[in-house]
Design a protein around this ligand. Structure first.
Ligand SMILES: [Zn+2]
Length: 566
């Protein structure tokens, strides 16, 4: 197996071989494990990336990455694999990557939904939203349209069915395109557009498009504001009812060192942040400011705008999306979490100003021209397929054509994949490096006389974020303060101070002002990122005393002091 390449998409077997290859090649930096099995029994792989020589991942702040929880969003996997690739290839060469792996860890789940991706990658692709588990009903639908590649050419296109009451007509200026018919328009030649498929039990009159038999959406199954099927389609039977979601939630909950995370999806070319289900006014102000700072850095490095899902990425203004991963990681785990929608066909086609989902309701016709031209020139005509006649078994003489979305709209075409992924590792490494980091400030044993010593362990947070990471985590008491422990040799005695004690949270620099004006009463720049533990012990000379400070998110510090006469 050669190293992974980024001009192709990998099925489960090749992805597994690729990950195994990397783990064998870089044992000092990568560890591969399965964190669960999918509905069809495929391993859900997780790569831990850190420099193991500087300590285990669990004792370092960490950052979560996953991809491809939605079946056809294959580039999400590629983004996660690409991070692994860059980390191992640039460790020791790039200063930020080296420092990041020396002091922090990544937990990377390249393919959260291996079954759904396998269907998308099949020779005759079956395109579904997410999990392959039948839901909400496991019976085969008997009526209506069933999506399939009816002409067997390996593409899932659109059917253009002549119909006097159709919504579409040929674009007068560019006859290859279709445009909606005007509200009062009559007398032309009109079409109905339907996804490519067969019509079961066709009665010659009506064609319904029933929901897919696989109607789960794993990104609605997370335990945050979860709503049942009547309110949130695809939500699953109960929060974490699906094995893929359960594996992720369970792993993350058992790793409190995770301070942030990104879930890679496609498409739109946007960095989405919580909430999906409520307005920014519900966010603690400090968390909103920090999200804006992180988003501005992401926008600068990747060229993708950073927006709130609630305010700027809504499917309908009167509904909200619930049970979403990034909301869960932020709201219930108190970590800064993002959903990255990779790839923007619009921007590729030169459409600069467009409003994501709103674009599908309303946009200028020129945008369609630009997309068509982009397909012709940049995609060698692979994106938009000119309409060609087809004798449909139920519908008779129709045409097939239109957008062939899988590797054009929904994912970058393979030859454009690596270029799209290129800027992301830098932002992810930066995001990981802003996490809190517990460091040793000073450890000392001072003789007080009479065989008594004062032992001090002083620690500091050298990271930009406070040790609690988010105000949300602080408000919900998700993370404890720094814990200090003393381990005395047998002959020594603890006179004062507790063997294990807590000193609260350490601030970072994230909430310090950016003006040098100090208001009256304002605190300036005190040492709120620093604290210490103190013990009085009775010990013989030259006793070794072991000290440890730890914080669930900021890591672990160990020190040893020796009692000596002054
Ligand atoms: Zn998605």
């Amino acid at each position: 197996m050669t190293p992974l390449r980024f001009d192709r998409y990998y099925d489960h077997q090749r992805l597994t071989l690729g990950l195994q290859h990397y783990a064998e090649e870089y044992p000092g930096l990568l560890h591969l494990q399965s964190i669960g099995a999918s509905y069809e029994g495929r391993a859900i792989w997780l790569v831990t990336a850190t420099n193991f020589a500087t300590g285990p991942a669990a004792e370092k702040p960490a950052f979560w990455i996953d991809g491809n929880i939605h079946a056809v969003e294959l580039a999400g996997s590629s983004a996660a694999l690409y991070l692994i690739h860059r980390l191992v290839n640039e460790y020791g060469k790039d200063a930020d990557i080296t420092r990041c792996l020396d002091t922090r860890a990544f937990y990377i789940c390249p393919r959260a939904n291996p079954d759904g991706a396998e269907w998308a990658l099949a020779e005759r692709p079956k395109l579904i939203r997410s999990s392959v588990r039948p839901y909400p009903y496991d019976e085969e639908p008997v009526d209506g349209l069933s999506l399939e590649d009816v002409d067997g050419d390996g593409r899932m296109l659109t059917m253009r069915v002549p119909d006097p009451h159709g919504h579409w007509k040929v674009c007068p200026e560019k006859p290859r395109l279709l445009v909606p018919r005007a509200p009062t328009e009559v007398g032309g030649c009109y079409y109905r557009l339907l996804p490519e498929g067969r019509v079961r039990n066709y009665d010659g009159i009506s064609i319904s498009v029933p929901p897919a038999k696989q109607a789960l959406d794993l990104n609605r199954n997370f335990p945050v504001e979860w709503e049942g099927e009547y309110k949130q389609m695809g939500a699953g039977s109960y929060p974490t009812s699906e094995p893929e979601v359960r594996a992720l939630v369970d792993f993350i909950a058992r790793h409190p060192n995770i301070c942030g995370g990104v879930s890679f999806h496609t498409y739109s070319g946007v960095l989405l942040r919580p909430y999906s289900y409520q307005a920014d006014s519900k966010l603690p102000a400090e968390d909103l400011w920090t999200y804006q700072t992180i988003g501005a850095k992401g926008a600068q490095l990747t060229g993708y705008p950073a927006v709130s899902a609630f305010h700027d990425f809504q499917y309908h203004p009167k509904t909200v999306t619930t049970g979403v991963f990034d909301d869960w990681l932020y709201e219930e785990r108190g970590a800064f979490a993002w959903t990255v929608e990779l790839w923007s066909p619009h921007r590729q086609a030169g459409i600069k100003e467009y409003k994501f989902i709103d674009w599908y309701r309303q946009h200028p016709l020129e945008d369609d021209y630009k997309l068509l031209q982009w397909s012709d020139e940049a995609l060698d005509g692979e994106g938009y397929i000119d309409w060609y006649p087809f004798e449909h078994p139920e519908l008779g003489r129709i045409e097939l054509g239109g957008w062939n979305p899988l590797y054009t709209l929904w994912n970058p075409p393979p030859d454009k994949l690596e270029n799209e992924l290129l800027p992301f590792p830098r932002w992810l490494v930066w995001h990981n490096l802003i996490s809190p980091k517990l460091d040793l400030y000073k450890a000392e044993a001072t003789m007080l006389g009479d065989g008594l010593y004062r032992v001090r362990l002083a620690v500091e947070n050298s990271g930009w974020l406070p040790t609690y990471v988010t105000k949300k985590a602080q408000d919900k008491k998700i993370t404890r303060g720094v814990i200090g422990e003393i381990d005395l040799p047998k002959c020594a005695l603890l006179i004062s101070g507790k063997q294990r004690q807590e000193c609260g949270q350490l601030e970072g620099r994230a909430y310090k002002p950016c003006s040098t004006f100090l208001w009256l009463g304002q605190s300036g720049d005190p040492t709120s990122n620093r604290s210490f533990f103190e013990w009085i012990v009775r010990a013989e000379e030259n006793s070794r005393i072991r000290l440890k400070a730890s914080h669930e998110r900021a890591g672990v510090v160990r020190a040893e002091v020796i009692t000596r006469r002054a």
